[in-house]
Ligand binder design. Structure first.
Ligand code: PHE
Length: 357
């Protein structure tokens, strides 16, 4: 009888499994009792020759037996594995240094921007913002740089196609009212001056850090995309002395040492008078060293007293207010402090560079 045969197989299997002492032996038993050529498998194959009723009964018994033998095999396997586990060999040295996790961090330019914002807000400045895609009006005209002004050449500009594809030049004469503003990537952060003044009344002091773009060839000190940092302070009697004081305070805090500021006459259409400003060498303090090429000063940026034409373009009455503005490159400042010799590193995406900050 098949039932008895199955019962016998089960008994033998359970007895032999219980006696086994190694995983290899256990595996042999698995093949012997349940393998493809085992008696048990043969019985399963022969089920098809039984009557339907018999097949039902024997089939059930066979199934239950298979499940039982398998579970006993599994239990034995677990037991043998645990027994053979070599604790001495698997010892964990908890004093071993762990693998270093790579963690993300802010870009050096973001860090320096945060740092400058902290210093300026501690001096009572607000942070202002403007769009990177600007109109010709904010980037040039309102800053007293009308079309065809020779000073425009200073700012090599990425002009953008207006989505209506219509520029002032394309329009037939007599349609001035329908003129479409020309748009561009802002070449400096100065347009934020106008945007802020249009919606605020002096006195105020603001900074406007942000990305700028210039259509020029890159080299170790020039990038087509870079960050500028604009400051603007306007009131009834803001003067050059205020500018010099605030600049000195700021740079001393930034470089964590006493810094002097020097002004040299310059020209910007939006300031009058205009200056280039230098700071005393951050390495030698002004004595002269290789860092400042012996001169004792480092060039930082442009500044000046806001031109009354700019106030007027922003909607203030001419002559009512006075203010100073300045702008400089963030990268350049970081290059000075951290002795970085190529501005292109900032946008290189090279982790060997950014990981140093
Ligand atoms: N916007 C000027 C530039 O990019 C810098 C500047 C700002 C000069 C404010 C004077 C006053 O060259």
């Amino acid at each position: 009888m098949l039932e008895e045969k199955i019962e016998k197989i089960k008994e033998d299997a359970l007895a032999e499994i219980a006696a086994v002492e190694s995983l290899a032996e256990l595996n042999d038993l698995r093949i012997k009792f349940l393998g493809r050529k085992s008696e048990f498998t043969n019985i399963l194959k022969s089920l098809k020759d039984l009557t339907e009723q018999e097949r039902k009964i024997v089939g059930q018994i066979a199934n239950a037996t298979k499940i039982e033998v398998e579970s006993v095999l599994a239990a034995k396997e677990k037991e043998l594995k645990e027994k053979s586990f070599d604790f001495a060999a698997e010892k964990i040295d908890v004093t071993m240094p762990a693998k270093k996790l790579q963690r993300g961090h802010l870009h050096p330019l973001t860090k320096i921007q945060n740092e400058l914002e902290d210093i300026f807000t501690s001096m009572g400045f607000e942070i202002a913002d403007g769009p990177e895609v600007e109109t010709e009006f904010y980037n040039f005209d309102a800053l007293n740089i009308p079309k065809n002004h020779p000073a425009r050449d200073k700012w090599d500009t990425f002009w953008l196609k207006n989505n209506k594809q219509q520029t002032t030049d394309d329009l037939p004469t007599g349609q001035a009212g329908k003129q479409q503003e020309r748009i561009l990537l802002r070449t400096h952060t100065s347009p934020v001056q106008i945007r802020f003044m249009q919606t605020h009344t002096p006195p105020f002091r603001i900074i406007a850090p942000g990305k700028c773009f210039r259509n020029e060839a890159t080299d170790a000190t020039h990038e087509h995309s870079f960050y500028q940092f604009e400051a603007l302070m306007v009131g009834d009697d803001v003067n050059v002395g205020n500018f010099k004081f605030i600049a000195q305070e700021f740079f001393s805090k930034f470089f964590k040492k006493e810094i002097n500021v020097r002004l040299r006459p310059s020209y910007f259409p939006f300031t009058e008078p205009s200056f280039e400003f230098d700071i005393s060498c951050t390495v030698c303090g002004g004595e002269g060293c290789p860092s400042c090429k012996g001169g004792g000063w480092l060039e930082v940026g442009g500044a000046g007293m806001v031109n009354q034409a700019v106030f007027e373009a922003a909607g203030y009455p001419r002559g009512k207010y006075q203010g100073f503005a300045w702008g400089f490159g963030l990268e350049r400042l970081l290059m000075m402090r951290n002795k970085i010799n190529d501005i292109r590193l900032f946008h290189s995406g090279d982790k060997r560079f950014t990981d140093q900050f």
